[in-house]
Ligand binder design. Structure first.
Ligand code: HEM
Length: 117
C-alpha cells in the first residue's frame, strides 16, 4: 500500500512538473499563451491529488485544511486555463493577467504542499 501511495505521489508530482514546465516554456519564450498540455497536466494533478486525499497507505494524519486550499487553488487554475484558451481561440491573444497567475498559482500549490504540514 505504501509503495502504491508513493507511486501516486510521483504521478502527482509529474502533473505539477508538466504543468509548471509547460508554463515556463511559454514564459521564457515570451509567449503569453496557454497550451493543451497545461490542462492535461492539471487533470493529472487533480485526479492523483483526490486519490491521495483518502487516508490509505499512511503513517500520519492528512491536513484537510491544506488539501481544501490546494483544491480551491487548482479550481482557480482550471478556470484561468478554460477562460484563457477560449479567449485565445477567439482573439488569438491572451492577456498577461490570465497567463501569469497560472504559473504563480501552480508554484504556490507546490509551496503549500511542502511548507504547510
Ligand atoms: C497544481 C496543483 C497541485 C500541486 C502543484 C501539488 C503539489 C504537491 C506536492 C509537491 C506534493 C508532495 C508534498 C510532500 O509529499 O511533502 C503533494 C502532495 C499531496 N497533494 Fe498535491 N498538488 C496539487 C493539487 C492537489 C489537489 C487538487 C489535491 C487534493 C484535492 C492534492 C492533494 C495532495 C495530497 C493528499 C498529497 C499527499 C500529502 C501526504 O501524503 O501527506 N494536491 N502535492
Amino acid at each position: 500500500m505504501e509503495i502504491l501511495r508513493s507511486v501516486v505521489v510521483l504521478v502527482h508530482l509529474v502533473g505539477f512538473a508538466v504543468l509548471f514546465g509547460a508554463w515556463v516554456v511559454e514564459a521564457v519564450a515570451r509567449r503569453t499563451r496557454v497550451t493543451p498540455l497545461m490542462s492535461y497536466a492539471l487533470v493529472i494533478s487533480l485526479v492523483t491529488g483526490l486519490a491521495l486525499s483518502a487516508p490509505w497507505g499512511l503513517d500520519h494524519d492528512l491536513n484537510y485544511a491544506k488539501i481544501g486550499v490546494k483544491l480551491v487553488v487548482l479550481i482557480v487554475i482550471g478556470a484561468l486555463l478554460g477562460i484563457g484558451s477560449a479567449r485565445q481561440k477567439r482573439t488569438g491573444t491572451l492577456p498577461p493577467a490570465i497567463f501569469w497567475p497560472i504559473g504563480i498559482l501552480a508554484l504556490l500549490n507546490a509551496g503549500l504542499a511542502v511548507v504547510w504540514h
